[in-house]
Write a protein that binds this ligand. Structure first.
Ligand SMILES: [Zn+2]
Length: 137
């Protein structure tokens, strides 16, 4: 069973299509980094973002829940990417509940350095701990 996927949960739903696109791009980078490190990753947001946009399908989690649950139950772990909005994401809460019901372990992943931990805490890497100044353009 070594070849089972890791389900990479990340925030997606938002009324602003630019935010959804930015969220899909952000998790694509993390998924790519993790794949580059040898992890077997499935990102439901990467999988569905273009499908959703090109066919005008609903972006809300309620539409995708059945798809996501089917895949999550086949995965060996649920990794939550700590991108902005992950704590408020209805989809992530539902995915975590599904994982807990199914006995699937949950980890949290820093989007900057890909460090993962069973504890939902802020990573101590420079990118996570540095406060970036707001640009006034
Ligand atoms: Zn980090």
């Amino acid at each position: 069973m070594q070849d089972r996927l890791i389900y990479l949960a990340s925030p997606y739903s938002h009324h602003d299509p630019d935010v959804r696109a930015a969220r899909a791009l952000a998790v694509a980078k993390v998924a790519g980094d993790l794949m580059g490190k040898g992890h077997l990753i499935f990102s439901p947001v990467c999988h569905t973002h273009l499908i959703c946009e090109t066919r005008g399908l609903p972006f809300e989690f309620t539409f995708w829940e059945r798809h996501d649950r089917a895949i999550l139950k086949a995965c060996k772990a649920l990794w939550v990417v700590q991108l902005p909005g992950y704590k408020e994401s209805q989809g992530i809460w539902a995915e975590k509940a599904c994982a807990m019901d199914s006995g699937i372990p949950i980890m949290y992943v820093c989007p900057h350095c890909c460090y993962f931990s069973a504890v939902d805490a802020t990573c101590q890497c420079p990118s996570s701990t540095t406060t970036k100044p707001t640009l006034n353009l």
